[in-house]
Write a protein that binds this ligand. Sequence first.
Ligand SMILES: NC(=O)c1ccc[n+]([C@@H]2O[C@H](COP(=O)([O-])OP(=O)(O)OC[C@H]3O[C@@H](n4cnc5c(N)ncnc54)[C@H](O)[C@@H]3O)[C@@H](O)[C@H]2O)c1
Length: 314
Amino acid sequence: MRCLVTGAAGFIGSHLCDSLLQAGHAVVGIDAFIPYYPRPVKEGNLLGLWAHHKFVFHELDLRTAPLEPLLDGIDVVFHLAAMPGLPRSWSDFDLYESCNVTATQRLVEAAVRQRQLHRFIYASTSSVYGRYASGDESLPTRPISPYGVTKLAAEHLCRAFCEEKGLPLVVLRYFSVYGPRQRPDMAYHRFIRALLAGAPIVVHGDGQQVRGNTYVGDCVAATMAAMQALPGEIYNVGGGEAVTIQEVLHKLQLLTGRRAAIRHEPARPGDQRATSADTSKLRRHLGWRPRVGLDEGLARQLSWQRGEEVRLAA
Ligand SMILES: NC(=O)c1ccc[n+]([C@@H]2O[C@H](COP(=O)([O-])OP(=O)(O)OC[C@H]3O[C@@H](n4cnc5c(N)ncnc54)[C@H](O)[C@@H]3O)[C@@H](O)[C@H]2O)c1
């Protein structure tokens, strides 16, 4: 297949490009390097891809670039480009609206004109469910952050184009993805960075909030499996090991052999209390199973972050 991956320089998108190429697909990656976190980190994500003869990369912004030529000859679109992260979405709504909604609208407009498109896979989020995101895909969608609202708006846009214009859509709702290349603003990345630096760890809330963690390799496997899903389907993608933030901190202290000074700050508006995906539909329809447990996944992220500190300091 010839695949287009948006957000290819990001955390999950870069892993998806790696795996698609390994499976023999041709990949066109695009990214605008939105400076939400530093460009050199994203350039590092792409390092292993440049040399691959089936990989082409375009630096472009989905909000403004002509998109029809990009879709020419593409079989599958994986739309991962977005402004992620809850806290900033309260103060920079224009950026979230334009990157998550307008960019998606422009992409689906172009995609429905590409008549041979086999699938359009949209990376959504557990944030569309709201404060409590534990259950299957029939949970009500009541986002409690502007981020969640824009991701749900984009989901609805994709659905409208699916039902009325034939977009071969599959929606995936990812639950707390972690592992090597995790974004620097995400909690486990911040915790590991603080442990390695001997700095205090800031925990928002009481630490009893539950997260259904998904190892990035399992998330990518589900995303690739979605190429076989029927158009119109929605799937939760979650690793199945739900633990509290307190428990993750305990695991990370054991792994690093360091004790952290933990400073609690109030929970932030939009923070979810519990997320835990019921993935039975994904297992039943596509035979997907999570393969990497939390201890192993955290050890892999720690090892990557150690290497990354050396690379970025050089
Ligand atoms: N990481 C998670 O735990 C998680 C959980 C749920 C959903 N998601 C979704 O998965 C997707 C990938 O998330 P991630 O954690 O890899 O984020 P990321 O920020 O690492 O990657 C997203 C990439 O999209 C690019 N981008 C944003 N706007 C763009 C635009 N207008 N044009 C071109 N490129 C643009 C950014 O530069 C960035 O490199 C997002 O859609 C996010 O909402 C992630």
